[in-house]
Design a protein. Structure first.
Length: 373
Protein backbone atom coordinates (compact mmCIF):
# COMPACT_ATOMS: atom_id res chain seq x y z
CA UNK A 1 0.00 0.00 0.00
CA UNK A 2 1.36 3.42 -0.93
CA UNK A 3 1.98 5.93 1.82
CA UNK A 4 0.92 9.56 1.60
CA UNK A 5 4.50 10.15 0.39
CA UNK A 6 3.79 8.03 -2.68
CA UNK A 7 6.29 5.36 -1.56
CA UNK A 8 5.51 1.66 -1.61
CA UNK A 9 7.70 -1.01 -0.05
CA UNK A 10 6.30 -4.29 -1.34
CA UNK A 11 8.54 -6.35 0.92
CA UNK A 12 7.23 -4.57 4.01
CA UNK A 13 3.68 -5.38 2.92
CA UNK A 14 4.76 -9.03 2.81
CA UNK A 15 5.87 -8.69 6.43
CA UNK A 16 2.52 -7.12 7.34
CA UNK A 17 0.73 -10.08 5.75
CA UNK A 18 2.84 -12.53 7.76
CA UNK A 19 2.28 -10.61 10.99
CA UNK A 20 -1.49 -10.50 10.63
CA UNK A 21 -1.67 -14.18 9.65
CA UNK A 22 0.31 -15.06 12.78
CA UNK A 23 -2.18 -13.14 14.94
CA UNK A 24 -5.22 -14.60 13.16
CA UNK A 25 -3.91 -18.17 13.38
CA UNK A 26 -3.30 -17.71 17.11
CA UNK A 27 -6.86 -16.55 17.70
CA UNK A 28 -8.21 -19.32 15.45
CA UNK A 29 -6.37 -21.87 17.59
CA UNK A 30 -7.68 -20.19 20.73
CA UNK A 31 -11.21 -20.70 19.49
CA UNK A 32 -10.85 -24.46 19.19
CA UNK A 33 -11.72 -26.89 21.96
CA UNK A 34 -8.04 -27.77 22.23
CA UNK A 35 -6.65 -24.27 22.60
CA UNK A 36 -3.45 -22.78 21.21
CA UNK A 37 -1.40 -25.92 21.78
CA UNK A 38 -3.42 -28.05 19.37
CA UNK A 39 -1.46 -31.09 18.26
CA UNK A 40 2.30 -31.44 18.16
CA UNK A 41 5.02 -28.86 18.77
CA UNK A 42 7.68 -31.21 17.40
CA UNK A 43 8.55 -28.74 14.62
CA UNK A 44 9.93 -25.48 16.00
CA UNK A 45 8.34 -23.41 13.23
CA UNK A 46 4.91 -24.25 14.65
CA UNK A 47 5.63 -21.98 17.61
CA UNK A 48 5.24 -18.78 15.58
CA UNK A 49 1.60 -19.67 14.95
CA UNK A 50 0.77 -21.42 18.22
CA UNK A 51 1.87 -18.26 20.03
CA UNK A 52 1.16 -15.98 17.08
CA UNK A 53 0.51 -12.99 19.32
CA UNK A 54 4.16 -12.25 18.58
CA UNK A 55 2.80 -10.86 15.33
CA UNK A 56 1.83 -7.78 17.36
CA UNK A 57 5.50 -7.30 18.21
CA UNK A 58 6.35 -7.63 14.53
CA UNK A 59 3.78 -4.93 13.70
CA UNK A 60 5.17 -2.59 16.36
CA UNK A 61 8.76 -3.03 15.19
CA UNK A 62 7.67 -2.51 11.59
CA UNK A 63 5.91 0.76 12.51
CA UNK A 64 9.10 2.29 13.86
CA UNK A 65 11.12 0.94 10.95
CA UNK A 66 8.75 2.17 8.26
CA UNK A 67 8.51 5.72 9.60
CA UNK A 68 12.27 6.17 9.45
CA UNK A 69 12.45 4.55 5.99
CA UNK A 70 9.82 6.97 4.77
CA UNK A 71 11.65 9.93 6.29
CA UNK A 72 14.89 9.22 4.44
CA UNK A 73 16.67 12.23 5.92
CA UNK A 74 13.77 14.66 5.45
CA UNK A 75 11.99 16.83 7.98
CA UNK A 76 8.84 15.58 9.70
CA UNK A 77 5.92 17.99 9.92
CA UNK A 78 4.61 16.63 13.19
CA UNK A 79 1.03 17.90 13.29
CA UNK A 80 0.51 16.88 9.67
CA UNK A 81 1.89 13.47 10.59
CA UNK A 82 -0.60 13.09 13.44
CA UNK A 83 -3.43 14.23 11.19
CA UNK A 84 -2.52 11.68 8.52
CA UNK A 85 -2.18 8.84 11.00
CA UNK A 86 -5.57 9.73 12.47
CA UNK A 87 -7.13 9.63 9.01
CA UNK A 88 -5.62 6.19 8.51
CA UNK A 89 -6.52 4.61 11.84
CA UNK A 90 -9.56 6.28 13.36
CA UNK A 91 -12.45 5.68 10.88
CA UNK A 92 -12.39 1.88 11.12
CA UNK A 93 -11.48 2.03 14.80
CA UNK A 94 -14.60 4.08 15.51
CA UNK A 95 -16.71 1.53 13.60
CA UNK A 96 -15.29 -1.38 15.62
CA UNK A 97 -15.74 0.45 18.93
CA UNK A 98 -19.27 1.39 17.87
CA UNK A 99 -20.07 -2.29 17.29
CA UNK A 100 -18.66 -2.96 20.75
CA UNK A 101 -21.20 -0.48 22.17
CA UNK A 102 -24.22 -2.10 20.52
CA UNK A 103 -24.82 -4.75 23.26
CA UNK A 104 -24.60 -2.03 25.90
CA UNK A 105 -27.18 0.12 24.12
CA UNK A 106 -29.70 -2.57 23.12
CA UNK A 107 -29.21 -5.40 25.59
CA UNK A 108 -27.97 -3.60 28.68
CA UNK A 109 -29.04 0.04 28.26
CA UNK A 110 -28.35 0.80 31.91
CA UNK A 111 -24.70 -0.09 31.26
CA UNK A 112 -24.27 2.12 28.19
CA UNK A 113 -22.48 4.67 30.30
CA UNK A 114 -19.98 2.05 31.37
CA UNK A 115 -19.35 1.16 27.75
CA UNK A 116 -18.64 4.79 26.89
CA UNK A 117 -16.39 5.05 29.91
CA UNK A 118 -14.47 1.97 28.77
CA UNK A 119 -13.93 3.51 25.36
CA UNK A 120 -12.77 6.79 26.87
CA UNK A 121 -10.47 4.98 29.29
CA UNK A 122 -9.02 2.97 26.42
CA UNK A 123 -7.27 6.09 25.16
CA UNK A 124 -4.88 5.62 28.08
CA UNK A 125 -5.34 2.05 29.28
CA UNK A 126 -5.19 -1.11 27.11
CA UNK A 127 -8.84 -2.10 27.42
CA UNK A 128 -10.23 -1.55 23.93
CA UNK A 129 -11.66 -4.80 22.49
CA UNK A 130 -10.84 -6.76 19.34
CA UNK A 131 -7.14 -5.96 19.42
CA UNK A 132 -7.86 -2.24 19.33
CA UNK A 133 -5.79 -1.84 22.51
CA UNK A 134 -2.68 -2.01 20.31
CA UNK A 135 -3.92 0.97 18.28
CA UNK A 136 -4.00 3.00 21.48
CA UNK A 137 -0.45 1.84 22.23
CA UNK A 138 0.65 2.90 18.74
CA UNK A 139 -0.77 6.38 19.30
CA UNK A 140 1.21 6.53 22.54
CA UNK A 141 4.28 5.85 20.40
CA UNK A 142 3.32 8.72 18.11
CA UNK A 143 3.29 11.03 21.13
CA UNK A 144 6.92 10.21 21.99
CA UNK A 145 8.00 9.85 18.35
CA UNK A 146 9.35 13.44 18.12
CA UNK A 147 11.53 12.85 21.18
CA UNK A 148 12.93 9.67 19.64
CA UNK A 149 13.71 11.55 16.43
CA UNK A 150 15.55 14.22 18.36
CA UNK A 151 17.57 11.53 20.12
CA UNK A 152 18.45 9.92 16.79
CA UNK A 153 19.26 13.16 14.95
CA UNK A 154 22.95 13.33 15.87
CA UNK A 155 23.53 9.64 16.50
CA UNK A 156 20.98 6.87 15.87
CA UNK A 157 22.72 4.75 18.51
CA UNK A 158 21.17 7.07 21.10
CA UNK A 159 18.00 5.04 20.57
CA UNK A 160 19.60 2.18 22.49
CA UNK A 161 18.88 4.23 25.60
CA UNK A 162 15.14 3.71 25.09
CA UNK A 163 14.97 -0.07 25.63
CA UNK A 164 17.56 0.29 28.41
CA UNK A 165 15.29 2.69 30.28
CA UNK A 166 12.23 0.55 29.54
CA UNK A 167 13.97 -2.54 30.94
CA UNK A 168 14.87 -0.58 34.09
CA UNK A 169 11.22 0.46 34.46
CA UNK A 170 10.06 -3.13 34.10
CA UNK A 171 12.61 -4.25 36.68
CA UNK A 172 11.15 -1.62 39.01
CA UNK A 173 7.65 -2.96 38.38
CA UNK A 174 8.87 -6.47 39.19
CA UNK A 175 10.49 -5.32 42.44
CA UNK A 176 7.60 -3.14 43.58
CA UNK A 177 4.76 -5.39 42.46
CA UNK A 178 5.23 -8.82 40.88
CA UNK A 179 5.91 -10.73 37.67
CA UNK A 180 2.25 -10.59 36.56
CA UNK A 181 2.40 -6.79 36.53
CA UNK A 182 5.60 -6.97 34.48
CA UNK A 183 3.93 -9.16 31.86
CA UNK A 184 0.86 -6.93 31.71
CA UNK A 185 2.95 -3.80 31.30
CA UNK A 186 5.27 -5.36 28.73
CA UNK A 187 2.60 -6.98 26.58
CA UNK A 188 -0.25 -4.49 26.72
CA UNK A 189 1.37 -1.06 27.06
CA UNK A 190 3.99 1.30 25.69
CA UNK A 191 6.18 0.35 28.68
CA UNK A 192 7.02 -2.86 26.82
CA UNK A 193 6.27 -1.97 23.22
CA UNK A 194 8.49 1.13 23.13
CA UNK A 195 11.48 -1.23 22.80
CA UNK A 196 10.12 -2.57 19.53
CA UNK A 197 9.31 0.86 18.09
CA UNK A 198 12.74 2.24 18.99
CA UNK A 199 14.66 -0.77 17.70
CA UNK A 200 12.71 -0.66 14.45
CA UNK A 201 13.72 2.99 14.07
CA UNK A 202 17.35 2.24 14.89
CA UNK A 203 17.74 -0.59 12.41
CA UNK A 204 16.02 1.42 9.70
CA UNK A 205 18.89 3.90 9.91
CA UNK A 206 21.38 1.09 9.36
CA UNK A 207 19.21 -1.10 7.13
CA UNK A 208 21.51 -0.70 4.12
CA UNK A 209 24.13 -2.69 6.01
CA UNK A 210 21.92 -5.81 5.88
CA UNK A 211 21.54 -5.81 2.10
CA UNK A 212 22.57 -9.21 0.78
CA UNK A 213 23.72 -10.46 4.20
CA UNK A 214 21.99 -13.78 3.70
CA UNK A 215 23.93 -15.64 6.37
CA UNK A 216 22.98 -13.03 8.98
CA UNK A 217 19.36 -13.10 7.85
CA UNK A 218 19.14 -16.89 7.94
CA UNK A 219 20.98 -17.19 11.26
CA UNK A 220 18.81 -14.51 12.86
CA UNK A 221 15.63 -16.22 11.68
CA UNK A 222 16.71 -19.65 12.89
CA UNK A 223 17.83 -18.38 16.30
CA UNK A 224 14.63 -16.40 16.77
CA UNK A 225 12.37 -19.33 15.86
CA UNK A 226 14.33 -21.54 18.26
CA UNK A 227 14.00 -19.01 21.06
CA UNK A 228 10.27 -18.62 20.47
CA UNK A 229 9.91 -22.40 20.40
CA UNK A 230 11.60 -22.56 23.81
CA UNK A 231 9.18 -19.89 25.03
CA UNK A 232 6.21 -21.94 23.82
CA UNK A 233 7.58 -25.12 25.36
CA UNK A 234 7.93 -23.30 28.69
CA UNK A 235 4.22 -22.45 28.63
CA UNK A 236 4.06 -19.35 26.45
CA UNK A 237 2.09 -16.26 27.27
CA UNK A 238 -0.17 -18.08 29.74
CA UNK A 239 2.67 -19.52 31.80
CA UNK A 240 2.71 -18.14 35.34
CA UNK A 241 6.06 -19.61 36.34
CA UNK A 242 8.28 -17.60 34.03
CA UNK A 243 6.52 -14.23 33.82
CA UNK A 244 9.72 -12.48 34.88
CA UNK A 245 10.97 -13.15 31.35
CA UNK A 246 8.79 -10.28 30.17
CA UNK A 247 11.33 -7.88 31.68
CA UNK A 248 13.30 -8.36 28.48
CA UNK A 249 11.08 -10.34 26.13
CA UNK A 250 9.77 -7.42 24.07
CA UNK A 251 13.34 -6.12 23.76
CA UNK A 252 14.53 -9.43 22.35
CA UNK A 253 11.44 -9.63 20.14
CA UNK A 254 12.10 -6.14 18.77
CA UNK A 255 15.80 -6.81 18.21
CA UNK A 256 15.29 -9.97 16.17
CA UNK A 257 12.37 -8.56 14.20
CA UNK A 258 14.27 -5.35 13.43
CA UNK A 259 17.17 -7.35 11.96
CA UNK A 260 14.84 -9.56 9.92
CA UNK A 261 12.82 -6.61 8.61
CA UNK A 262 15.97 -4.73 7.57
CA UNK A 263 17.40 -7.82 5.90
CA UNK A 264 14.24 -8.68 3.96
CA UNK A 265 13.58 -5.07 2.98
CA UNK A 266 17.08 -4.43 1.67
CA UNK A 267 18.00 -7.81 0.22
CA UNK A 268 15.12 -8.50 -2.14
CA UNK A 269 13.27 -6.55 -4.82
CA UNK A 270 9.70 -7.77 -4.79
CA UNK A 271 7.28 -7.24 -7.70
CA UNK A 272 3.80 -5.96 -7.00
CA UNK A 273 2.32 -8.53 -9.39
CA UNK A 274 1.63 -12.26 -9.24
CA UNK A 275 1.93 -14.09 -5.92
CA UNK A 276 4.13 -11.36 -4.50
CA UNK A 277 1.54 -8.74 -5.38
CA UNK A 278 -1.30 -10.83 -3.91
CA UNK A 279 0.56 -11.21 -0.60
CA UNK A 280 1.36 -7.50 -0.63
CA UNK A 281 -2.32 -6.67 -1.10
CA UNK A 282 -3.17 -8.77 1.96
CA UNK A 283 -0.48 -6.87 3.83
CA UNK A 284 -1.99 -3.62 2.62
CA UNK A 285 -5.33 -4.63 4.14
CA UNK A 286 -3.71 -5.94 7.34
CA UNK A 287 -5.11 -3.15 9.50
CA UNK A 288 -8.66 -4.07 8.56
CA UNK A 289 -7.93 -7.79 8.91
CA UNK A 290 -6.48 -7.18 12.35
CA UNK A 291 -9.49 -5.25 13.67
CA UNK A 292 -12.20 -7.26 11.94
CA UNK A 293 -11.00 -10.84 12.29
CA UNK A 294 -12.38 -11.16 15.83
CA UNK A 295 -15.90 -11.10 14.38
CA UNK A 296 -15.14 -14.14 12.19
CA UNK A 297 -12.22 -16.22 13.41
CA UNK A 298 -13.39 -17.49 16.81
CA UNK A 299 -16.83 -18.44 15.56
CA UNK A 300 -15.43 -20.10 12.44
CA UNK A 301 -13.15 -22.44 14.39
CA UNK A 302 -16.02 -23.48 16.65
CA UNK A 303 -18.31 -23.96 13.62
CA UNK A 304 -15.72 -26.15 11.89
CA UNK A 305 -15.38 -28.33 14.99
CA UNK A 306 -19.15 -28.66 15.31
CA UNK A 307 -19.94 -29.35 11.65
CA UNK A 308 -16.80 -30.44 9.79
CA UNK A 309 -14.00 -32.03 11.79
CA UNK A 310 -12.26 -32.07 15.16
CA UNK A 311 -9.37 -29.65 15.21
CA UNK A 312 -6.91 -31.72 17.21
CA UNK A 313 -4.12 -31.70 14.63
CA UNK A 314 -2.00 -28.56 14.34
CA UNK A 315 -1.33 -28.79 10.60
CA UNK A 316 -4.97 -29.41 9.71
CA UNK A 317 -5.99 -26.56 11.99
CA UNK A 318 -3.48 -24.18 10.42
CA UNK A 319 -4.68 -25.17 6.95
CA UNK A 320 -8.30 -24.56 7.94
CA UNK A 321 -7.32 -21.12 9.20
CA UNK A 322 -6.77 -20.03 5.61
CA UNK A 323 -10.43 -19.89 4.37
CA UNK A 324 -11.73 -17.67 7.22
CA UNK A 325 -8.54 -15.61 6.94
CA UNK A 326 -9.22 -14.96 3.25
CA UNK A 327 -12.87 -14.16 4.02
CA UNK A 328 -11.67 -11.63 6.58
CA UNK A 329 -9.22 -10.23 4.02
CA UNK A 330 -12.11 -9.76 1.56
CA UNK A 331 -14.10 -8.00 4.28
CA UNK A 332 -11.06 -5.83 5.05
CA UNK A 333 -10.78 -4.91 1.38
CA UNK A 334 -14.42 -3.84 1.39
CA UNK A 335 -13.81 -1.90 4.58
CA UNK A 336 -10.82 -0.20 3.01
CA UNK A 337 -12.79 0.84 -0.05
CA UNK A 338 -15.91 2.01 1.77
CA UNK A 339 -14.68 3.24 5.16
CA UNK A 340 -10.97 4.02 5.06
CA UNK A 341 -10.24 5.20 1.52
CA UNK A 342 -12.67 8.16 1.54
CA UNK A 343 -10.72 9.64 4.46
CA UNK A 344 -7.30 8.78 3.04
CA UNK A 345 -7.97 11.11 0.12
CA UNK A 346 -7.47 14.00 2.54
CA UNK A 347 -3.91 12.97 3.41
CA UNK A 348 -1.01 15.19 2.46
CA UNK A 349 2.75 14.58 2.61
CA UNK A 350 4.19 15.03 6.10
CA UNK A 351 7.89 15.01 5.17
CA UNK A 352 9.77 17.80 3.44
CA UNK A 353 13.36 18.29 2.35
CA UNK A 354 15.81 20.75 3.88
CA UNK A 355 15.67 22.69 0.58
CA UNK A 356 11.95 23.32 0.99
CA UNK A 357 12.48 24.43 4.58
CA UNK A 358 15.19 26.86 3.50
CA UNK A 359 12.88 28.35 0.87
CA UNK A 360 10.16 28.87 3.48
CA UNK A 361 12.63 30.56 5.77
CA UNK A 362 13.77 32.92 3.01
CA UNK A 363 10.22 33.90 2.09
CA UNK A 364 9.24 34.15 5.78
CA UNK A 365 6.21 31.91 5.29
CA UNK A 366 4.53 30.51 8.42
CA UNK A 367 6.32 27.44 9.72
CA UNK A 368 4.82 24.17 10.82
CA UNK A 369 6.50 22.23 13.60
CA UNK A 370 9.15 20.04 12.03
CA UNK A 371 11.78 17.65 13.29
CA UNK A 372 14.83 16.55 11.30
CA UNK A 373 15.25 12.83 10.83
Amino acid sequence: MKSSEGMHFVGLDHIRALAVFMVVSYHFLQGTNHGVHTGSTSFIGNALFMEGQTGVGLFMTLSGYLLVRLANGRDLMYWQFLFNRSLRLLPLLFIVLGIYLVPYIYLYPMSAGQGLLDIASGIIFPIWPNGAWSISTEFHFYVVFPLLLIMARRNPLNLIVVPAIAIAVRVGIFVIWDAQHVQDAAYWTIIGRIDEFALGMLFARYSHWFAGRHFIGAATGIIWVALWYAFVQAGGIHDVGHQWIWIGLTTVEGLFYAVLIAYYDRSFTMPDTGISGAIAKIGGYSYGIYLLHFFIIGKSSRWIESHVTTLDNFYLTLLLTVPPFLITAALARLSYRCIELPFLRFRTPYFRTAKVRAELEVTAQPQKIYISV
